[in-house]
Unconditional design. Structure first.
Lengths: 318, 720
């Protein structure tokens, strides 16, 4: 269920561009763009081979942005991510060799495979928008967008991300398997050509930065703010929830809703935006009681209930 | 079978106990208030709980209760017909609600309200005790109520307390047993209950049978009694525990008890003849005293106007006389001789004769009571022909008989037997009545004012006097005679007033009498077919002042007395006589309303209003949206405010149409549903404009015009 509204035309072009590579995942593409425009980051949780990497690469190509990929392994060190200072005998001083994180779009593959130390180096860079090596802080390029992937945590040999770090990600998305028809379409496309190689940029990075600035101007009325807060408050009272959504979650929901409204060509947020985004913004921000999990209560179900329990405020009704 | 039995017991028992608790509130009423016929109310409580128990559908249960109330009120207040009751209740409520609320509503209305109260309380108790198993509050209230009554009022709550303690133990054991059984299903509840009940039963029996010490503390409320004794003047309504002061009082519902003499002069009469002075008659005997018949019929007449009232047939010889009364106090009613024809006074007074009691009130044109001091009376002094009285056949008219031979069901059988015994061998009605009148003179009944008993609870006033105390004053004698006569099926009524008083001198050829409070009196009138009401005097030491003559004239021969034209029926046509005058004489607007609006009109109006309201509600989808269209077309608001308000109205109409927006639905989701139903996209378009107005920063003028169009279309869709 999505909002039945056309996208803003430059962004529609971006989505179409990416859709040439990824079949039948329009919602995920739109949501990724939402995170990008809201200056947030995305956590993709899925099994390997559903097209996570493809999505990021198509995104980067659409903006002709520099893409770097970090494959997280258990032996990866923080310096492998953020870079090191190396002594240059000729210049006789230390020289900073940037790590793979210094890029516009970073694909952090399987971040739950690496040690917490390295994970936190990445997350710190995401939060601050800068890296600090040998006491010198260096700003990361703008725009800066991290798309991390992780395998479902039930798998062997993983270090689950702590809750405090999970909520650094604005949205948590699932790719999911394509439908049979979509999979056939995918095979058709890949039969002779490599679509990724065929697509080109449709928007410059400067244009993207300008759009990011415009997102902040999207109007959020008091009614909608009240609705966001009501929803968050409900999450703290739900019987199956051990720890509710933090105020940082409220901010994230509002920011994401602004971007989502902007993508859909509106300069104001409506409750539909909030309802659409709530599962992706809130699911990784609340802790479900262990006993509730036995009753097949997962975060998505709970958020569905939160939405059903929170009345949409409609002004003008006496 | 066992679970079924247990189940039946556990539904019957709480109902029975709750009904019992409620009746404990009723029994004392007979002793501490002037309420009579408690049995009627107790039966009503039983009926209420019985209907609860049988799980009768609510409409049927309500109908049953209404029928019972109707029946009980008709019987209690002896309404002439079934239909008279709603009329009386309707009129009383209108007059009381719209008019003077400082006065008490009529007895019938109060009783009706009491029934409704019992209805509500029984419902409450049923819910509390049977449904919720909450015993404590009603039980504690009942104990408190009995304790207060027992302490502060002349009511002995011994039996009630005993019953309540038993009930309390029983309920406790019952509830405790259920709780224990709920904890352990194998619990043998029957045996446990038997054992648990045995102990309090033994204790109660021992306590009841055992010797008891007198109260160890002095009565803490003695000062209340002494206070009560000093305010005797106002104590007319008090139960007969205190000492009464003689004089004319309104309330005769509880007779008995001693009185002290009062020599105050009430009025001075200049009169040609010597006779009793009437004030009023009463004709419902309750077992404790007399109540007035409830009737709204009033005859009004002005100064010097002839009263349209047939005292006797022309078989009674009469002589026209005049008298002059000078009241020594303020009075709002007349004292008048039997056979009153007209009244004359200097003021502009309207006399209002209440047909049920024959009491004549003095009022102004607007029915406000006016005191009267001096007035002239013209009356017919009767001479009753004994031959004609002897020849009078028994009365046959059933409603008339029903009213004037009314007796309480509690009247002991021995009273009836005594009446038969006294009149044994007497053939005519007159002889029977005369025998009863004489009975008191010959059988050791004595006149006594101080050592006069009050009937105890469950004791009949007449029975006590006739068989036990045999001493008393006029009320004892007159009531007893009226009751004895009634047991024989002869119509009789009780008359209150004054004796002729003390002759103090002569003036202008007339005798001057002083009538004092001591001269307050009561006597009996018996109705003879073809003659009318004839007074009798049973009280020991008093002589009937009216003349009875033996064959002095031929009863067939018409008397030369001038007879008004309209006299055609010999009997007092109480019920039919002046219905028209009662309607013509309503002075206050609410009384007029009550008269113009009979209960049938009122009920019809209510039904018509309800039907109109229902029709308006049923057809609201046709007219209400049109009204909204009209309303919003006229509204001059800036665009966004108009849209917000109009959109709200549209949502209400759609909801009424059956398209309910669930609270968590966003407007777009709802709009999609609406559009699907109407096969359009107008709601979606309108909603987007509305969103812009509400969640955004405002809308443009062109958008508002579009919104108005969309909105009107949608409203029209809800009409079709």
């Amino acid at each position: 269920m999505t909002i039945n509204e056309p996208l803003l035309s430059p962004l529609e072009q971006v989505v179409r561009n990416i859709e040439q590579v990824i079949v039948g995942k329009r919602n995920v593409i739109v949501l990724s763009l939402t995170a990008l425009l809201a200056k947030g980051h995305v956590l993709l949780e899925d099994v390997p081979g559903v097209g996570k990497t493809m999505l990021v690469r198509a995104l980067a190509k659409s903006f002709s942005a520099e893409l770097k990929r970090i494959q997280f392994t258990p032996d990866l060190l923080p310096s492998d991510v953020i870079g090191v200072s190396v002594y240059n005998p000729k210049e006789r001083q230390f020289e900073y060799k940037p790590g793979p994180i210094v890029a516009h779009i970073v694909l952090a593959d399987e971040i739950n495979r690496t040690s917490p130390k390295t994970q936190s180096a990445l997350l710190e860079a995401m939060e601050e928008g800068s890296v600090t090596v040998d006491g010198v802080t260096r700003a990361l390029p703008q725009p800066f967008f991290v798309m991390a992937t992780q395998n479902p945590i039930e798998y062997e040999g993983t270090y689950p991300l702590p809750e405090a770090q999970l909520d650094r990600f604005l949205l948590k998305l699932h790719m999911g398997y394509p439908s049979p028809d979509e999979e056939i379409e995918m095979l058709n496309r890949l039969e002779k050509t490599a679509p990724l190689a065929e697509i080109g940029p449709v928007m410059s990075l400067d244009e993207l930065l300008a759009l990011q600035r415009k997102v902040a101007d999207v109007h959020v009325s008091d009614t909608v703010k009240r609705y966001i807060v009501d929803l968050i408050q409900q999450s703290r009272q739900h019987e199956a929830v051990y720890l509710g959504v933090s105020p940082r979650g409220s901010v994230a929901l509002m920011k994401a809703a602004q971007a989502y409204a902007f993508i859909h060509g509106r300069d104001f947020v409506i409750p539909d935006d909030v309802q659409q985004l709530a599962p992706y913004v809130l699911a990784h921000r609340l802790l479900v009681r262990p006993e509730a999990k036995w009753d097949k209560f997962d975060a998505e179900t709970i958020i569905g209930q939160l939405i059903a329990r929170t009345p949409v405020p409609v002004p003008g009704r006496r | 079978m066992r679970p079924l039995r247990a189940n039946m017991l556990s539904t019957v028992l709480p109902n029975a106990l709750a009904a019992w608790l409620l009746t404990e509130w009723l029994w004392p009423l007979e002793a501490v208030t002037d309420t009579a016929h408690i049995g009627v109310f107790v039966s009503f409580v039983a009926l209420c709980f019985g209907l609860h128990l049988l799980r009768v559908p609510i409409w049927l249960s309500a109908l049953g209760k209404m029928v019972y109330i109707w029946w009980a009120l008709s019987r209690l207040f002896s309404f002439a017909s079934i239909a008279a009751l709603p009329h009386a209740l309707w009129r009383d409520s209108i007059v009381w609600l719209l008019g003077d609320r400082s006065s008490m509503p009529s007895d019938a209305l109060r009783t009706f309200a009491f029934f409704l109260l019992l209805w509500a309380v029984s419902f409450l108790l049923h819910w509390l005790i049977v449904r919720r198993n909450r015993w404590f509050v009603p039980y504690a209230l009942t104990v408190g109520y009995i304790a207060v009554l027992d302490t502060f009022l002349p009511y002995s709550g011994n039996g009630a307390i005993l019953r309540l303690v038993a009930l309390g133990f029983f309920a406790f054991v019952w509830l405790q047993g259920e709780e224990l059984q709920a904890k352990a299903p194998s619990f043998r509840i029957g045996k446990w209950r038997a054992a648990a009940l045995f102990i309090p039963a033994v204790a109660l029996a021992a306590g009841y049978a055992g010797p008891k010490l007198p109260p160890q503390w002095p009565d803490p409320v003695a000062f209340i009694h002494s206070y009560g004794a000093t305010s005797e003047q106002e104590s007319d309504n008090r139960p007969a525990a205190g000492v009464k002061k003689i004089g004319y009082g309104q309330n005769d519902s509880r007779l008995g008890g001693p009185f002290i003499a009062d020599d105050t002069v009430v009025f001075i009469a200049k009169d040609q003849g010597r006779h009793y002075w009437r004030v009023e008659t009463k004709d419902i005997y309750t077992g404790k005293g007399w109540e007035a018949f409830q009737s709204e019929q009033v005859q009004s007449f002005g100064n010097g106007e002839l009263i349209r009232y047939e005292w006797w047939s022309d078989k009674v010889k009469t002589v026209e006389q005049t008298a002059e009364i000078t009241r020594q106090d303020q009075a709002f009613h007349l004292v008048y001789p039997l056979g009153l024809q007209q009244v004359q006074t200097s003021d502009h007074i309207v006399y209002r004769m209440h047909m049920a009691t024959e009491k004549i009130y003095t009022t102004d044109q607007n029915a406000n009571a006016l005191p009267i001091r001096q007035y002239m009376l013209t009356y017919m002094e009767p001479d009753f022909p004994i031959e004609a009285l002897r020849a009078a056949p028994p009365v046959q008219d059933p409603p008339f008989l029903k009213r004037y031979t009314q007796l309480p069901e509690t009247l002991p059988q021995r009273v009836r037997e005594l009446a038969k015994q006294i009149t044994d061998g007497k053939e005519t009605v007159y002889d029977k009545v005369k025998a009863i009148e004489q009975y008191f003179h010959l059988n050791g009944y004595t006149y006594e004012t101080t050592d006069v008993a009050v009937p105890g609870p469950g004791q009949d006033y007449v029975d006590q006097f006739l068989f036990e105390t045999k001493q008393g004053y006029c009320d004892n004698f007159s009531t007893s005679m009226a009751v004895l006569v009634r047991t024989l099926g002869i119509p009789a009524r009780w008359v209150k007033g004054y004796t002729s008083g003390r002759l103090v001198g002569e003036q202008d050829g007339q005798s001057v009498y002083e009538v004092r409070n001591n001269d307050a009196h009561s006597w009996v009138e018996v109705y003879f077919e073809g003659i009318g009401w004839v007074p009798f005097e049973p009280t020991q030491g008093f002589v009937n002042p009216y003349a009875f003559s033996l064959a002095a004239s031929n009863p067939e021969e018409p008397e030369p007395q001038p007879q008004p034209e309209e006299r055609e029926t010999p009997r007092v046509p109480l019920d039919q006589l002046l219905e028209q005058s009662s309607t013509a004489q309503a002075e206050h607007w609410w009384e007029k309303l009550a008269d113009v609006w009979s209960w049938k009109t009122g009920l019809t109006t209510l039904v018509v209003l309800a039907v109109l309201g229902g029709a308006a509600y049923a057809t609201r989808r046709k007219w209400w949206p049109r009204f909204t269209l009209f309303r919003f077309r006229r509204r001059k608001l800036d665009g966004a405010a108009w849209l917000i308000s109009a959109y709200g109205a549209l949502l209400r109409h759609l909801q009424d149409y059956g398209l309910k927006r669930r609270p968590h639905e966003t407007l777009r989701q709802y709009a999609a549903e609406v559009d699907r139903l109407f096969e359009t996209n107008e709601m979606n378009r309108l909603t987007k404009l509305y969103e812009r107005a509400v969640y955004g920063t405002g809308i443009k003028e062109a958008n508002v015009r579009e919104a108005v169009k969309l909105w009107e279309n949608l409203i029209k869709r809800t009409i079709s």
